[in-house]
Ligand binder design. Sequence first.
Ligand code: OAD
Length: 248
Amino acid sequence: MDDLIKKAASDLAQATMVSALTGAGASIESKIPAFRGKGGLWEKMDPMEVAHIDAFMQDPAKVWKLLIRDMKEVIDQAQPNDCHKGLAQLEALGKLQTVITQNIDGLHQMAGNTDVIEFHGTFAWQRCMDCDTHVETRRVDVSEIPPRCHCGGILRPNAVFFGELIPQEALWRSRQVATDCDIMLVIGTSAMVQPAAMMPVVAKETGATVIEINPESTPLTGEISDYIIKGTAGDTMNRIIADLDALL
Ligand code: OAD
């Protein structure tokens, strides 16, 4: 692993355009549970029952009670961890331009990254299903479920449910970023959900080096990624940045 950390630092030192694709594993150390694998959310509940747009439309109160209310509690409290801070440091060093994230927790922006594509939307805002008014999630009163807008309409996260389209601008820009980068860091994603999982494929096909940081292999490992650093996101970022600092 030490050799791969050194290799990543050296690859980054030589690169001009760097992007990162992050998933739930990047926020685990901020105490936000992942979706898949041991302790993941989908071990406890069926995503088709709580995270599909049809389930929400059928019974918004149920989805608020089973998923969104708890998510609000966790995300309201969450703070950036060493992975988020490390990616912000990479940007400050001129070694990262854009973060494409599948996460909806806003922690990359909180850590200081300035160009973050929120591929699955954001949980920072709820929007009214009737009048489209946006309300900051931390200001939403959850004593009434489902919470409502002043117009009486039901509030929903400004994020993507299963069965919904990816925000088109996010999809378009992500493809562009993947095409243009020399390196794509793929951090803490199982690469099981499309079209996000296609971005490293686009990067690879257009000549980038794809570096995974994940304690577990993914469908990209050995197929698309050039190498995988099998470590946790925060610790690995700290070590890469320490080595990179010595090279710059
Ligand atoms: P997953 O929960 O599918 O995958 C999390 C990944 O993080 C796994 O590959 C783990 O091995 C890895 N991991 C665990 N601990 C880690 C650590 N400390 N450091 C680094 N990696 C770690 O999460 P995503 O790939 O983000 O979509 O899931 C993709 C999408 O599926 C989500 O955006 C969400 C979900 O359903 C929607 O809600 C639309």
